[in-house]
Design a protein around this ligand. Sequence first.
Ligand SMILES: Cc1ncc(COP(=O)(O)O)c(C=O)c1O
Length: 435
Amino acid sequence: MKSTMNREELRKKRDKYIVPGVKHLFAEPPHFVKGRGQYLYDETGREYLDMFAGIVTISVGHCHPKVTQRTVEQLQTLQHTSTIFMTQPMADLGEKLAEITPGKLSKTFVTNSGTEANENAIRFARLATGRHEVITLQHSYHGESHLATTMTANHNWRPDLMPASGIVHAANAYCYRCPFKKTPDNCSLECVKDLERTIQTQTSGKPAAMIAEPIQGVGGAITPPDDYFKEVKKVLDKYGALFISDEVQTGVGRTGKHWFGITNWGVEPDMMTMAKGLGNGLPIGAVVTTPEIAEHLTKQQINTFGGNPVSSATALAVLETIEEEKLMENARVVGDYLVEGLKDLQKSFPSLIGEVRGKGLMLGVEIAAPDKTPLVAETQRIVELSKDDGVIIGKGGLFGNVLRIKPPMNITKENVDSTLKVLRKAMEAVAKVAV
Ligand SMILES: Cc1ncc(COP(=O)(O)O)c(C=O)c1O
């Protein structure tokens, strides 16, 4: 499918009509006109391997035939009623989410995005506890609204001048740059102690909840140690605070072994939020909670588009596809293979790669000098060179020096081989300039 508009014309139009805050990853962005499976195509017909899945959103592959068919069928049958009228897809989705989420989570509120899901989770926590304060982790990202940007502890994503009230931030479990100068072998989970200190010193001692990403996504695939969340949960229980797992990036099987990231740490949250991969590109988000918490939502809640038949039917088709095509298992097997390859790359470029981390197909490669100085320009160069060679890699981290590799969950080992080849070439070029 060819577009009539060339890149330059399109850039001019975008700059004229779209607010400048909507920025693109690349200095010279390709003009994408088509997606199939794990591939994107630009206006000239050139193919790119999409190793970032939009932003961690294409879970089962671009324009998956079964999912697309279900979307179109629903679109042609009944698109909209709003939640004040009864339709089946939203209830079916609620039933499916109750089946795949852990423990007592079984009551769903469907939204249009991750931001809205997080907004509602905090509202539910406040109503259920009668408390107000919320703890989040440094380097986190929780969305775009006023509340969500305040919960986001990364200045790059906080445009509001006046923060929302009642939000405090505790140290995250960023072992590579441990804020307490510990190493994994002498670690006594100082970060969990910091959580308790944060509650004691920055709240009334009665916080409503803590919200955390099991693996911080925008933060650069920051992956806490195995015992971290169990210890966090103990602290929260001690202070009567609820635990909300933000699964917007780690959800629907991406971490390889479980439907949701937090299960890797053996913890059952009181609430879970999700979006992105749940709709494979169609706008949808959800909060799933327990009947006890849901009971406190006594006022009528409406969301004009949330739970609409098209997004709900699509999400169901996505979850079925993950099961039928064993994509969770693929995320684990191909993810492990990718980690092995990235660690080999690290051996070849010890002065460029500081750490390879993550689980399944939720991976990050921190680009840093041996003294851990973030190599920001080099990171951008690697991302640009990879794109020039037909592989789309994301970028993130507080300093902008982490390669984010989070492809559709259907990628193959051959896709991994070509990614590693392209990354090696890009790193050779970057290392040469550095010398
Ligand atoms: C962990 C996390 N939570 C929430 C959000 C916000 O989701 P949305 O962009 O759908 O509002 C994002 C988006 O990147 C995210 O990564």
